[in-house]
Design a binder for this molecule. Structure first.
Ligand code: FAD
Length: 318
């Protein structure tokens, strides 16, 4: 069966959910081989989890440099593997880092690049969301080993048994002057909430929330649902919520099971980051708000009345 390389997305050995989605998508094409790039000891932490989603093989590239350099080790390792293993495709997460890896890898290997896939077919063709989400197209790489970035939440992760046989790899030494080195890491503010791109429920607030203080209404509903908090660009630009929580074309792309939009009009640039959510609920006092065009459930009303009622009702049913 054809081998499909999957770059494991992890933070210090904690596997991100999107990795399981990538392994699931890879199984549509062939046999997934996970590629772990990180500090010594990373593979030992992640191996069992990867086996649970059908990884037949785990290529292990561990070194201190691999943990402290941005992007270059992943590209070097994947490029070497593309040469050695002749895989049917390479899958990476369509995160800021994953997209950077995918672009560089495609150039390095002379391969076609397919970005923002929301589905992958047996012939390594993909369904993509393009032009800020304005179109959904099917596409196939015309040259080389297809490099595919898959949108987090685009494919549902399904467990499957895999042997996860480890195979050690050298991390190629790169000239230190040519790489970007991480000098420190700070966890982002977000408290105990799930990470925005990983969450199965996202509650977002827009300009309609009106102030930074009023975002408490959004946070309370999110916390009752165990959800992440998002924000529109207007809310971010107005200083209501930090930029790292912005959803949309110039923010993060999310595709949760449930997306709740509070006081968000539904501009095309916001939709680009959330319209592939499985179920969308919109609360807006304007019946004509464009968000209602894509909402599965729409509530015309004041978010300051609707959201607290919803919070109380969810809390009662817990
Ligand atoms: P508004 O459009 O002002 O809508 C506020 C909504 O709240 C209105 O529909 C109103 O009826 C409703 N409302 C007000 N009060 C209440 C209340 N009490 N109860 C219920 N409803 C209420 N936007 C993004 O979100 N993400 C992006 O990444 C992004 N990238 C962009 C990139 C470019 C190049 C450009 C040009 C724009 C981008 N934008 C982005 C901005 C986008 O065009 C919109 O301006 C923005 O999404 C609007 O945010 P909003 O819906 O919160 O605000």
């Amino acid at each position: 069966m054809a081998e499909v390389l999957v770059l494991v997305d992890h933070v210090d050995g904690e596997v991100k959910k999107v990795t399981y989605e990538l392994l699931t998508a890879a199984r549509a094409i062939g046999e997934p081989s996970a590629v772990v790039v990180g500090a010594p000891g990373t593979a030992a932490k992640v191996n069992q989890a990867l086996a649970g989603y059908g990884a037949a093989k785990v290529y292990v590239a561990e070194s201190e440099n691999a943990a402290n350099q941005l992007v270059t080790p992943e590209v070097d390792v994947l490029a070497a593997l593309v040469g050695q293993a002749s895989p049917a495709a390479v899958l990476v997460a369509a995160t800021p880092k994953g997209k950077e890896v995918a672009g560089r890898l495609a150039i390095r290997t002379g391969s076609g690049l397919l970005v923002d896939a929301v589905d992958v077919a047996a012939d390594a063709s993909v369904t993509q969301s393009i032009f800020g989400g304005a179109f959904t197209v099917k596409a196939k790489a015309g040259t080389g080993v297809p490099v595919i970035s898959v949108r987090p939440g685009g494919v549902e992760a399904v467990a499957a048994e895999g042997a996860a046989t480890e195979q050690a790899l050298e991390v190629p030494a790169t000239d230190a002057a040519k790489v970007v080195t991480i000098t420190s890491r700070e966890p982002l503010k977000g408290g105990d909430r799930p990470e925005l791109t990983e969450a199965s429920i996202v509650v977002s607030g827009g300009r309609g929330v009106g102030s930074a203080e009023s975002f408490e209404v959004v946070e309370k509903l999110a916390d009752t649902l165990g959800a992440a908090v998002g924000a529109s660009r207007a809310a971010v630009d107005s200083g209501y919520y930090p930029h790292q929580f912005q959803v949309g074309q110039t923010g993060k792309t999310v595709s949760p099971q449930l997306y709740i939009a509070l006081g968000i009009s539904g501009a095309i640039q916001h939709r680009a980051g959330m319209q592939t959510s499985k179920t969308i609920i919109a609360v807006n006092k304007d019946t004509e708000a464009p968000i209602f065009e894509i909402a599965d459930f729409g509530v015309v009303g004041d978010l300051f009345k609707v959201a607290p009622q919803l919070t109380d009702e969810v809390a009662k049913r817990k």
